[in-house]
Design a protein around this ligand. Structure first.
Ligand SMILES: [Zn+2]
Length: 305
């Protein structure tokens, strides 16, 4: 892909949203430099297992672990993440009340709890890392966030975006059916701007793009208003996720083919392709030689006769 500025640093959240957008648009990711993406992700992980967002330095917390897990899922390669240290960072961020903060010692929060749950799920470690008791406490904390809509912390007002952040966490935990759909729907719709459209974080304030997107995702989790189903871990539509899985299957077939060719080459003690190439060169040489010798022989013969 062409870059506009060779000195721009990538940002892990933009890498995630860039890949998500390409999948949503049905791109085959052929033009994505996967190796560079993964090397970039690898370079952002810190010794404590967390990730910073860019090479030139930034905060490091749960948000960027989540982005790293999404990028690796989308590129079907988790080799760029030290999963043991990432899991350790996540578990150190588990608070006394059963949910997750942005990092060790931080207060539990709906956003960081979502990032932690989704990251563990994407790494396939959710139910093996959290004990049954820890899972129960996490479920209780999440379901307790619903008043009408959802809030992100105890004693805070409901906010549209948490219908996704906490709703998706409940979906990942497998207890989304405990949500009061009607109350949640009514709250999200109450934040809609009746003149310009879109959703705000609260009723009677201006809508914004983030809360409009999260509002739609929150409604989609409940399969309302004919919205496309949304994948709770990657925060893209199910349709985009299925497209991603089809790409991964194609990559797996291509990988197997490449491995099979390489096995044949090793077994035959040399390259089949090299030998084919050598044969082609020999034939070309013979034809070339023939085209010189045969006219010469004819010329010599007829000049004598
Ligand atoms: Zn919000």
């Amino acid at each position: 892909m062409e870059t506009t500025n060779n000195y721009d640093c990538s940002h892990i959240a933009m890498t995630y949203t860039g890949l998500a957008s390409l999948l949503i648009l049905g791109d085959d990711l052929r033009r994505v430099n996967k190796h560079a993406c993964l090397e970039g992700i690898k370079a952002l992980q810190l010794p404590d297992g967390s990730f910073k967002s860019s090479y030139d330095g930034s905060e490091n917390d749960m948000r960027f672990i989540y982005c790293a897990c999404c990028v690796c899922t989308m590129l079907d390669d988790f080799s760029a993440i030290n999963q043991a240290t990432a899991t350790n960072f996540i578990m150190k961020s588990l608070c006394h009340d059963g949910a997750f903060g942005q990092g060790p010692g931080h207060e539990s929060h709906g956003g960081s709890t979502y990032c932690a749950c989704a990251s563990l799920q994407l790494m396939g470690r959710l139910t093996t890392t959290l004990s049954p008791k820890q899972l129960k406490r996490l479920e209780y904390w999440c379901i307790s966030r619903q008043r009408n809509g959802f809030n992100g912390r105890p004693h805070k007002d409901d906010d549209t975006c948490y219908s996704f952040w906490v709703g998706a966490s409940l979906k990942i935990l497998g207890i989304f059916d405990l949500v009061d759909f009607k109350e949640n729907e009514n709250f999200v719709l109450s934040t809609q701007d009746i003149i310009v459209g879109g959703f705000a974080k609260w009723p009677q304030i201006n809508p914004d793009a983030l809360h409009s997107y999260m509002g739609v995702c929150g409604l989609a989790l409940m399969s309302l208003h004919s919205l496309q189903p949304v994948d709770p871990t990657l925060n893209i539509s199910e349709r985009a996720r299925l497209h991603m899985q089809t790409l991964h299957e194609q990559w797996a077939v291509a990988r197997k083919h490449k491995e099979a060719v390489s096995r044949v080459r090793t077994k035959s003690g040399g390259s089949t392709l090299d030998r084919t190439h050598a044969g082609t060169v020999a034939l070309a040489f013979a034809i070339g030689l023939g085209s010189v010798i045969i006219p010469w022989v004819f010329k010599a013969y007829f000049s004598k006769s």
